[in-house]
Design a protein around this ligand. Structure first.
Ligand code: FAD
Length: 383
């Protein structure tokens, strides 16, 4: 055998060994997860599903022959109403715009999709073995936070009035069920079923939740920390660290922004209207990369969910699906006037609001608006 033939032989044998290793590795991983599954607490189970689901394209590929994949597809479909392939355009392409997606979602919804998933029927697929100890929540890094924890009960009256109350952060007008939906401690089907009867507006929020999960699956750039709209990754962020710090700590001088950030820091929750205002302020008024804010929310929110958080941030920063165009810039003072006109929310989180201890705004709204518009327009027009 000459040198060239020897080299080819070495490369081919190397590839075969690698292939065999990958095969054994995947088979063993599947077995381990199958053994653990029946014994896990719900929270750990959801965690494992999420880690595996987003840990690589290979495991997630549709029609994969890997049995665990089929199991996870079902599990994920239980986290949302419709899984990623169930609501597509007529040509089989994923939606990129919320309104037509929501129309198709509503047209597809029937009692079948709202019934609890018949998990018992599939129980026998689990691998039968004697019990093994499984890691506790503490073992895998969860800590008690001692923060108020919202109830798991569905408040029917609240959902009935949701359309009128949901935008006012000073009132308890939203359901506060996000943390339960995120960890699977409430059934999204039961909730959607209630919403269908009592409030189309509330049901619409659950559609947003499905929409962002669908976007996360179909548009890999979103999973890789990129803007949904690639041209928006050309924005030249100012990324002033001092300003970012002031935003995190609720010291911008814009009361509605600061109240929101203080609520987040103290409770691990922030009202949706205020999430939109604070996120828009960071990305547009301060021209700080929205990913900094996304990461900060991820660290602080008890209901942190990659899909909804990323979707919300890209929406507010004008880099995502079409709902919030880049040239729409919230005026934080007008937002406060409209949604917290009696300063109920602001006073709760900023007791020193009327004193000299409260800082003056460090950036003037009209100046910041023009600066953001200039940068965003350049990028949107490809300059
Ligand atoms: C910048 C930003 C970041 C966000 N990050 C998260 C996050 O990490 N986790 C999270 O669950 N939601 C996130 N949201 C969406 C929304 O703010 C929260 O779901 C909501 O405030 C939770 O409070 P609630 O349970 O009282 O909601 P309700 O108003 O009672 O709504 C009911 C449920 O619908 C879902 N929902 C409502 N609005 C949205 C939305 N815009 N997108 C997706 N689902 C929605 C939630 O599961 C929520 O619990 C974010 C929004 C923005 C603008």
């Amino acid at each position: 055998m000459n040198k060239k033939q020897l080299a080819i032989l070495a490369v081919v044998s190397g590839l075969i060994v690698c292939g065999l290793f990958m095969y054994f590795f995947r088979t063993r991983m599947n077995k381990i997860v199958l053994i653990l599954l029946p014994r896990m607490e719900l929270t750990s189970l959801v965690l494992v599903i999420l880690v595996i689901s987003f840990s690589g394209d290979k495991m997630n590929r549709p029609n994969s022959s890997v049995p665990i994949q089929r199991l996870f597809n079902r599990s994920l479909a239980r986290q949302v109403i419709f899984s990623k392939e169930e609501i597509l355009k007529d040509d089989g392409e994923p939606y990129t715009v919320f309104t037509p997606y929501s129309k198709k979602w509503l047209a597809t919804l029937n009692d079948f999709y709202l019934r609890p998933y018949p998990t018992k029927e599939y129980g026998e697929n689990f691998y039968n073995q004697s019990p093994h100890p499984i890691p506790s929540l503490t073992d895998i890094g969860f800590e008690k936070v001692g923060k108020p924890f919202p109830s798991q009960e569905i408040d029917y009256e609240l959902i009935r009035n949701y359309k009128q109350t949901r935008d006012y952060p000073g009132d308890a007008g939203t359901s506060r069920l996000s943390v339960h939906l995120r960890f699977g401690t409430i059934s999204v089907r039961a909730l959607a079923s209630t919403a269908k009867k009592l409030s189309g507006t509330y049901l619409n929020e659950l559609i947003w939740r499905d929409f962002y999960h669908m976007v996360l699956w179909h548009f890999p750039q979103v999973r890789k920390g990129k803007a949904f709209r690639p041209e928006m990754d050309n924005i030249r962020w100012r990324n002033n660290e001092k300003e970012f710090e002031a935003w995190c700590e609720g010291r911008t001088g814009y009361p509605i922004v600061d109240a929101g950030m203080r609520e987040l820091n103290e409770t691990g929750f922030m009202h949706n209207r205020v999430r939109m205002i604070t996120a828009s302020f960071l990305a547009k008024h301060l021209l700080v990369d929205w990913r900094w804010g996304e990461a900060y929310f991820a660290k602080k929110l008890l209901d942190y969910d990659y899909a909804a958080n990323n979707g919300g941030w890209q929406w507010a920063a004008g880099t995502g699906t079409d709902a919030m165009p880049y040239f729409r810039i919230f005026n934080p003072s007008l937002q406060a006037k409209k949604f917290d006109k009696d300063l109920q929310y602001i006073r709760k989180w900023i007791p020193e609001i009327d004193s000299f201890d409260y800082p003056r705004p460090f950036v003037e709204h009209e100046f910041a608006r023009k600066r953001a518009l200039e940068e965003y327009t350049k990028v949107a027009k490809g300059k």
